[in-house]
Design a protein around this ligand. Structure first.
Ligand SMILES: CSCC[C@H](NC=O)C(=O)N[C@@H](C)C(=O)N[C@@H](CO)C(=O)O
Length: 663
């Protein structure tokens, strides 16, 4: 039979869509969700859809060239609110389920996010960025952001963020809007960032998070607070000893569950745990202290933008536990954490659960799931019968014409005999007896996890005839706390060896042509790519994206530089510049002879473009290896995942062209 299917292309990105944020209605008969896709102008659109679990119909509730998100049911299920940029900035909108008209509720000067309904359905709490002195005034007063100032006085260290740009004068504040009158009450103020958590069941308290330390530049702790909605004294729940997030009240209002980690020497290289506060007793306890698994979705992909609102800890009705997403060995699933600390896997499998909504009455859920061959779809799970039903197939038509490669999982011996997990993607159209070039892909973070999720770039390389190898070296999530922390202070040491052992492992297969190897990675993965080509000429070509090459300059220019390198490199430029330099690939340029493609976003504040500029200039000056430098105007660190669609496609094309030319 002739295979009429084709390999995936870079431009297929324009067709790929995905659902997210499923939210079951209070009666459990329907779910709303967000579907994100690109329009004919190659701009993102996201719309709110309604899925009826009774007749399996799917209806678009919103449309047009807008980004709609955060759909949330009112407690009685008669209304929906959502966030939309349809009037310019992201504002809160409101929709009566039986009507088609939307009503704008907020008019925050810099947009709003994260709406949460009050239990009586009269108000909605939300978060908004506000400049010092700026307020969320009542009603619909027209407020516009001032023009770019002629000068900027920087008087704090956390003054820019890759995500939000220059935040020198803005802070995230929590407010409550009455949906009938539109009156807004701002609950927080000052030069601190706050985030909305949940309402107490009696509607009197709002659980929020904030870093209100004396010096938030240096003290990174985030605390949980209870704020009385009608005014009065706040209650501080945690003790400024860690970073805590997403507090949710138990149904009886007596407990608060949240996700976080204690701040010891590690801020990032620490797995998130589940915590519970007993509000009357004033105690806080870590429920999962002995569970060596990261709470949250650590999976890294390149189709969905990271940081989709995650349900956090979802209490069971009997208050005896909570459902969470957690990440293990390349998969993320749903787990039930009991109050006694025991944990039951509720939804497993080789896949990436990136969102869910639970129906306690029916003991069922709707989840958003990706796997190696699916960018994302919604599934209904009935936990009584342990049956699953696929609700959407949003890329079904497109993927009918595409031949994808199915990854094969590998476990191999890394440095010090450690067991390392990885995957091999054989070329599309693979034929026994043939040999193929291979590309090693390295993820960033370094505290993230490759896994059972869709990766367009890998499929594209497989379609171009490459074997793609991707593994989780030490530093990755998914294999316990010791594994996550094992790269700290040793960048380019055993993490590098774990990756080289992966290359040795795949080169033992007859189908891999070990004379035709390439290497690619982004961010920390770009650091490692630079490091690898500084070690010798094993690879024929390399692609380094949003990379780090010099920890000394990174310290002062990255939004996280001054504390990220303290933990990850375990050095700073004023006490131990030698160590900073020792771990900097720029130190190794004299050895670099591998043809290198450098790609970087010009507005990347995480790994600023000066990193790419230094590497490019030094390599050009030496003139030993072909080097090409592609700058992406306006792009930030997230460009390859959620940036301008045309830039994303260009980036993929440059990558393929570079490997096709040199490998
Ligand atoms: C504020 S998040 C903490 C820093 C984060 N590290 C996570 O482990 C990070 O941004 N690190 C970059 C250097 C990096 O490697 N980023 C990765 C993962 O987001 C990337 O692919 O860009």
């Amino acid at each position: 039979m002739t295979d009429t299917k084709r390999g995936i292309t870079a431009e297929d990105l324009y067709q790929i869509c995905y659902p997210s944020e499923p939210q079951l209605s209070p009666d459990g008969t329907k779910a709303v969700f967000v579907e994100t896709k690109m329009d004919e102008l190659r701009q993102y659109q996201s719309h709110i859809y309604l899925y009826s679990l009774e007749d399996n119909s799917k209806t678009a509730l919103t449309s047009g060239p807008f980004r709609d998100s955060f759909p949330r049911w009112s407690p009685d299920g008669s209304k929906l609110c959502f966030v939309s940029n349809r009037s310019g900035k992201a504002q809160l909108w409101h929709l009566d389920v039986n009507e088609t008209e939307f009503k704008q509720i907020t008019n925050g000067p810099n947009g709003i996010s994260s709406p949460v309904w009050s239990p009586d359905g009269r108000s909605i709490a939300f978060a908004a960025f506000l400049r010092t002195g700026q307020t969320l005034t009542e009603g619909t007063e027209e407020l516009t952001e001032e023009a770019t100032p002629k000068s900027i006085t920087v008087d704090k260290m956390k003054y820019k963020s890759d995500d939000s740009g220059f935040v020198y004068e803005k802070n995230k504040q929590v407010a409550v809007v009455n949906i009938e009158t539109g009156s807004v009450t701002q609950l927080t103020e000052g030069t601190y960032d706050h985030a909305v958590g949940s309402w107490s069941p009696d509607g009197k308290w709002l659980a929020i998070t904030a870093n209100r330390s004396v010096n938030p530049d240096i003290q990174h702790e985030i605390d949980i607070y209870l704020v009385p909605v009608e005014g009065g004294e706040w209650k501080k729940i945690t003790n400024s000893d860690g970073t805590y997030a997403m507090p949710t009240f138990s149904k009886d209002g007596k407990k608060l569950a949240f996700i976080g980690s204690v701040a010891d020497q590690h801020l990032y290289a620490t797995m998130k745990k589940i915590w519970v506060a007993e509000l009357d007793a004033g105690t806080v306890q870590c429920l999962t202290a002995d569970w060596d698994v990261h709470v949250g979705d650590a999976t890294i992909g390149d189709v969905r933008s990271p940081g989709h609102p995650n349900p956090g800890a979802v209490w069971t009705t009997d208050g005896q536990g909570m459902y969470v997403i957690a990440s293990e060995k390349g998969s993320s699933g749903i787990y039930l954490v009991h109050l006694d600390g025991s944990v039951t896997k509720v939804v497993g499998g080789e896949r990436n659960v990136y969102g869910f909504t639970f129906d306690n009455e029916k003991n069922s859920l709707v989840m958003a799931v990706s796997d190696s061959l699916t960018p994302g779809d919604l599934f209904h799970v009935d936990l009584n019968t342990e049956t699953e039903k696929r609700l959407t197939d949003v890329n079904g038509e497109l993927f009918q014409e595409i031949r994808l490669s199915t990854p094969e999982e590998i476990w191999y011996e890394g440095a010090e005999g450690w067991n390392i997990q990885g995957w091999i993607l054989k070329p599309v159209g693979f034929q026994e007896g043939n040999t193929y070039p291979a590309i090693l892909q390295i993820h960033g973070g370094p505290h993230s996890m490759y896994g059972h999720t869709f990766f367009h770039e890998f499929q594209l390389l497989a379609a171009q005839g490459y074997v793609v190898v991707y593994t989780n070296p030490r530093g990755s999530y998914g294999y316990g706390e010791r594994f996550v922390q094992a790269c700290c202070g040793d960048y380019g040491g055993n993490d590098y060896k774990d990756l080289m052992h992966a290359v040795d492992y795949v080169c033992q297969f007859d189908y891999v042509d070990e004379t035709r190897l390439g290497v690619a990675g982004g961010s920390y993965g770009g650091f490692m790519t630079n490091w690898i080509i500084g070690q010798g000429n094993r690879f024929k070509a390399a692609v380094t994206d949003r990379s780090i090459c010099n920890w000394i300059s990174f310290y002062g220019v990255s939004d996280i530089g001054y504390y990220f390198s303290a933990e990850e490199i375990q050095a700073n430029p004023f006490e131990n510049p030698e160590k900073m330099w020792h771990h900097s690939p720029l130190r190794l340029v004299a050895n670099m002879e591998t043809p290198l493609l450098i790609m970087h976003g010009e507005r990347d504040y995480r790994c600023p473009i000066e990193q790419a500029e230094q590497l490019y200039m030094t390599l050009r000056h030496r003139g030993k290896a072909p080097v090409s430098f592609i700058r992406f105007p306006g792009a930030n660190h997230e460009m390859s995942r959620s940036g301008d669609p045309e830039q994303r496609v260009l980036r993929l094309q440059y990558t393929v062209d570079w490997f096709n030319q040199y490998v």
